[in-house]
Design a protein around this ligand. Structure first.
Ligand SMILES: [Zn+2]
Length: 343
């Protein structure tokens, strides 16, 4: 039997603190009982038990954190490949080093499609709904992720849509075109509702986005009898306030969640490619209805978030999509929040 040797504990564990708390003795006893402290434990004996087959997939993405008296769970629909060709005004001399600094080695960057489930204690509100089966096999996993979070679609009281783009609203439907959320009210930004139902706007839109109009209408029409339009600045439910972030679409909205002195600003699609757009907030994306206005909104909102030290969440910020904004000269840097260790 080998004696437990406290000197063998890595220095980083602080040997002194370890000894004074009495953990050393407890650990030594535990190790001896489990047999791990015996010198007879060889790697080969571990290898003999390593017969578990590979799972072959990643876990459904769902991560919960507490915000005041609320819980906010990121529910992952999947991911998109975002190439530099989607970024308007992309200059490789500036953008390529930014992508390299983010260790994005391929031609495109994988970015998530996050949704956020807010439990106020009285209501379950899903902010955006992902894609259903309409955008390929890397997406459409929201139902699985929701199940992993312990929630079934019929429990959801409201689905708040930040804007009516495919990766945000198509997921309110099942692949068969039925409402996925049988008991939910659909909350839509009034300005987006008007825009996506406007035939003149559809005819004037680039080919890239023409189909978005019909898709948005199909999704919204399925909830025609339980649909509420909201305006920027409106508290849509207690503690849940819509914030106008126009440009990406006319009604593109953030959602401010306030509970018991804590706040989170869901910025929706303020940023699509964090690796470059925090450093270059003036770079918009090809899907922006008004790229100049989107850039203005981005700069103003990131500026406010940095000044206030506000916790933000984004649909296309790396899962779980929650973090802070730091100022970096004239631009910004994204600092992902830590894992929510404590409830
Ligand atoms: Zn989006």
């Amino acid at each position: 039997m080998t004696e437990f040797d406290p000197a063998a504990v890595p220095a980083a564990l602080s040997r002194r603190a370890f000894l004074t708390t009495g953990l050393a003795g407890t650990l030594a006893t535990g190790l001896a009982v489990s047999g791990l402290a015996t010198s007879g434990l060889a790697f080969s004996s571990l290898a003999a038990r390593a017969g578990a087959p590979l799972v072959g997939s990643v876990q459904p993405g769902a991560l919960r954190r507490r915000l005041g008296k609320f819980e906010v769970t990121t529910v992952l629909d999947g991911y998109l490949d975002l190439g530099p060709e989607l970024i308007l005004g992309y200059d490789p001399k500036i953008g390529d080093p930014l992508r390299a600094a983010a260790f994005a080695s391929g031609p495109s960057i994988q970015g998530p499609v996050n949704t956020f489930l807010v439990n106020t204690g009285g209501k379950l509100v899903l902010v955006d709904a992902g894609t259903s089966d309409k955008m390929g096999p890397t997406l459409g996993h929201l139902p699985k992720a929701l199940a992993a979070a312990g929630v079934s679609p019929d429990q959801i009281d409201a689905v708040l849509i930040t804007h009516m783009h495919p990766d945000h609203i198509y997921g309110v439907l099942t692949p068969a075109g039925q409402p996925l959320f049988p008991n939910a009210e659909l909350l839509l930004p009034e300005l987006d509702r008007a825009f996506w139902y406007d035939d003149a706007a559809m005819n004037a839109a680039p080919d890239l986005t023409k189909g978005f109009f019909l898709g948005a209408r199909q999704a919204a029409d399925a909830y025609a009898r339980r649909q509420t339009l909201y305006k920027a600045g409106e508290e849509v439910l207690p503690g849940i306030t819509a914030i106008g972030l126009p440009g990406h679409t006319p009604g593109h909205s953030g959602v401010r969640i306030d509970s018991d002195g804590q706040s989170l600003l869901i910025v929706a699609d303020l940023v699509h490619v964090p690796a470059v757009q925090f450093a270059r907030p003036d770079w918009s994306v090809a899907f922006d209805v008004d790229p100049a206005q989107a850039a203005e909104t981005r700069k103003r909102t990131l500026d406010m978030a940095a000044a206030e030290g506000l916790l933000i969440a984004g649909m296309h910020l790396g899962f779980p999509g929650v973090g802070h904004v730091a100022r970096e000269g004239d631009a910004f840097r994204y600092v992902a929040a830590s894992w929510p260790y404590a409830y």
